[in-house]
Design a protein around this ligand. Structure first.
Ligand SMILES: Nc1ncnc2c1ncn2[C@@H]1O[C@H](COP(=O)(O)OP(=O)(O)OP(=O)(O)O)[C@@H](O)[C@H]1O
Ligand code: NI
Length: 429
């Protein structure tokens, strides 16, 4: 690999994101570290409600009230960007690295589309139903062109008005394309993502597209700004397996062609195995194990990772191998969270030591392999195992050993009677 292909492009350090809701403070992301190399695909995997989407949205500055990033750094490496804003933001810039939390929201917004772009599970949410797909992609192209005209821009697109683009503009004067050049680029992008007859399809509305085609169109829209980093949140979950495989192949090809870095969110380790270079396994707002694919698949330490591996749906279609991890993901409400290992109540290897919250330690395998689990340091010892049913009694705030008597509250017990959240499945809102 080329030297500059292995440099880090994104670093997340100690990220915490909370939602301040009527029910209390939700610790959706609770001290997450991620390092992604340029051109790599980094997977974040975990059950529903583990904080994957909130992590992704935090990175690209899409957290809205009542949510707030309360701690940590989000570092993006881009020499030209750093040079362009250094004078106004001396504290946020270090060499080619920019701490995105240290710059104004308008500077962060300027990165959207041209540096960071996002695709979601539900393409409907990315398109306005009343405007043709082509026009909307052209609009995204225009955003990039305007960013390029801006002096702090990282790339100058020197796309000229070509004869073809002018001709297209004359043939279809009724369409509200921003410029003929952007329409031409939109058609190129539709072609790039494998949409047949892109010239005709550009003039169709979102409802005229099938789910798989609209997913492709959304990818085209996300690529319009030629982003450095593409954040893909469950991009194929809603699609049937054949289309799912096609879209994953497409992302793979585009990444190779365009040299993009991808942050891929999924609850499916099968998708991770197929796409990713490195992976972070999330549980209850934390990355509980991370490393290379080999580390996570062959040398995993955390019983949660093991459990997820047991529940990998077959990408080829058979889903009868699915074996969800027994138990439920914990509440992320601050006042209901325990100080123990959050997975201990579902863990087949829970020991007394797990009643203390584990810190992260490196593990056998690559230099990148680490886990937040006592098993990084000690072998499982049956003599120290927690008795079966230990948490049936103990895992209530009032009974938890780490909650002092004066913090006990009758209403907490009542809250606990509510049915817990879905365990697996990954239905995405
Ligand atoms: N706008 C919000 N207000 C309050 N809580 C929120 C909000 N958005 C997310 N959360 C909470 O943050 C936690 C993490 O949610 P997140 O969407 O990141 O999970 P996820 O891992 O992406 O799950 P899924 O696979 O279902 O998409 C959940 O407990 C969720 O209820
Ligand atoms: Ni999600």
């Amino acid at each position: 690999m080329l030297a500059d292909m292995t440099e880090e492009i994104l670093r997340v350090e100690g990220l915490k994101t909370r939602f301040f809701t009527d029910e209390g403070q939700v610790n959706a992301v609770d001290g997450v570290d991620i390092a992604i190399e340029r051109g790599d695909t980094y997977g974040i995997v975990g059950e529903s409600g583990s904080g994957k989407s909130v992590t992704a949205r935090s990175i690209i500055d899409l957290i809205e009230s009542p949510g707030e990033i309360t701690d940590g750094r989000i570092l993006y490496r881009n020499q030209e960007f750093a040079d362009g804003i250094r004078d106004d933001n001396p504290d946020a810039v270090d060499g080619a690295w920019v701490d995105l939390r240290g710059v104004s929201s308008s500077v962060r917004r300027s990165l959207r589309g041209s540096n960071f772009s996002m695709i979601f599970q539900d393409p409907q949410s990315s398109f306005n139903p009343t405007i043709t797909v082509g026009e909307q992609i052209a609009e995204a192209v225009e955003v990039q062109r305007r960013a390029s005209a801006n002096p702090r821009s990282t790339r100058a697109r020197s796309k000229e008005y070509t004869l073809t683009s002018l001709a297209l503009g004359t043939i279809l004067p009724s369409k509200r394309y921003v410029t003929p050049a952007s329409r031409e680029r939109a058609i190129e992008l539709l072609e790039l993502v494998g949409i047949p007859d892109p010239v005709e399809r550009a003039d169709e509305y979102p409802h005229e597209y099938s789910g798989g085609m609209l997913q492709r169109a959304m990818i085209a829209q996300a690529l319009a700004g030629e982003p450095d980093v593409l954040v893909a949140d469950e991009p194929t979950t809603a699609l049937d397996v054949t289309i799912q495989a096609q879209i994953l192949d497409l992302l793979d090809d585009l990444q190779e062609e365009l040299g993009m870095t991808i942050l891929l969110i999924t609850h499916n380790l099968g998708v991770v195995a197929r796409m990713c270079d490195r992976v972070g396994v999330m549980y209850a707002g934390e990355i509980v194990e991370r490393g290379t694919l080999e580390d996570v698949f062959d040398d995993h330490v955390h019983p949660y990772t093991r459990g997820l591996l047991g529940s990998v749906p077959d990408l080829e279609g058979a889903s009868d191998r699915l074996q969800p991890i027994p138990g439920n993901v914990p509440s992320l409400l601050d006042h209901e969270m325990n100080r123990r290992c959050h997975f201990a109540d579902r863990c087949p290897k829970a020991m007394e030591a797990c009643l203390e919250h584990p810190s992260e330690h490196s593990a056998r395998g690559s230099d990148h392999h680490a886990a937040r689990c006592v098993l990084t340091r000690t072998e499982y010892d049956e003599a120290r195992a927690l008795a079966d049913g230990y948490f049936d009694e103990a895992d209530r705030p009032a009974g938890d050993k780490h909650v002092g008597p004066d913090e006990r509250d009758e209403t907490l017990d009542e809250d606990r009677q509510h049915p817990p959240a879905e365990t697996t499945g990954g239905e995405h809102q």
